[in-house]
Design a protein around this ligand. Sequence first.
Ligand code: AMP
Ligand code: ZN
Length: 138
Amino acid sequence: MESCIFCKIVNGTIPSYTVYEDDQVLAFLDITQVTKGHTLIIPKQHVEDVFSLSDELASTIFRQVPAIANKLNATFHPIGLNIINNNKEPLQSVFHYHIHLIPRYENDGFTLSFHSTSPSQEELKSTLDEILNEQVLT
Ligand code: AMP
Ligand code: ZN
């Protein structure tokens, strides 16, 4: 896709710092380095987000995640690693599917906070019913 910045990285029009590459997958350093080693994994094919990702392409991309995570782990010895994927505005800013691998360090300033709630069993059952009654996966 002509206007897509990640397609431009794939076809070499703009530079990137390549961590891993094969026929279908590219991993490169995120230009903003939320933490040291922050890496993006993308399909070379332009796919906007998880909702338009085929099963085959999902498996092709995701099968590279453990090896790249292990490479970052062995290199930087973080205390842990977050895997994040943003889909749709306003969460997503580049509309070419990508997985963030973010190594974590003591006092790294990165905040990912889950606002917990305490639903009753009935509320959980009702939420589950809503999902199971949706026909899209069946
Ligand atoms: P998201 O907000 O999940 O869509 O993340 C998009 C990410 O792409 C951001 O973390 C940006 O820093 C990163 N990014 C944008 N342009 C480039 C680029 N030219 N090279 C590497 N990373 C980039
Ligand atoms: Zn693209």
